[in-house]
Ligand binder design. Sequence first.
Ligand SMILES: [Mn+2]
Length: 319
Amino acid sequence: MTLDDILVELKNAKTIVILTHESPDGDAISSSLSVMHALAQFGKNADVVIPEHAKDFDFLPGADQILNNGKEEQYDLAISVDCTDLKRLAGGKEFFETAKKTVEIDHHSVNAMFADYNYVDPVSPSCCQVLIAMFEYYGVEITKEIANCILTGMITDTGGFQWGGVTPETFEFAAELIRKGAKIKEICRKALRNKTKAHCKLERLVYDRLEFYENDKIAISYITIEDNQNTGAKLGDEEGLTEMLRDIEGVEVAVLLKEKEGKNGYKASLRSHETINVSEICLLLGGGGHPGAAGCFIPGTLEQAKAKILDAIKHAINK
Ligand SMILES: [Mn+2]
């Protein structure tokens, strides 16, 4: 079975690198650190390589050990967490490609299964929930550090246990993690509710530019590179803006177009209540994600990106 094969690889490897997707969110960073802490129990000192991440997650145990770059030329084992395909690994992709053996652990239903060993649970609401089940199977001791990392991933990927995929099992794991020392109040404040001033300025811009289509079922707004410069926004400051639009009365699909530096186009972030599957919409445009949260890149001007994404959403709503 895959889990047993992965355990053999973990035990055999002398050098291990842990990688995750670009623009890493709470689940991505928490998953990476959880695996690092768990591997320490096997006597392994794994490198977590994340070239760039939001400061919001610096409170996580082990965050100070995150590396911008790998230390080895060729690792014995590369582990990817919370990532759907090799292309999205972006930072550190080369370490995955050159590693002697590769493992992928994820929870996205559309998945390229790009590793030697792929452990993907498509119904799990977070990669961290996949990991806690794995750790229990492996007999990993759930330390205070692991508990805090895992619960952070579970909380951030479910918007505080509010979104799809949350099951009684999620709460059973959460209860166990709190018993092991996870600080739920601190996690919710730091990883979920805390906003920077730059974020608030972006919120204002997003509301100012908000437009509705299809009898107000679609809400759309945008952020440019210039906005990020003017507001002093950093990585992570855009988090939550698309959800903010989705939660407006009557809205079925919310879109935020974000101009991408040096790429001549816009990243479209889509959110829905899952009645409209935004993952399917984004997949058609070369992106992907979950039924309620997905994204894709659209080359061209703001007007072109807007026309293209609106067309795709209208088609999905009216089909
Ligand atoms: Mn995730």
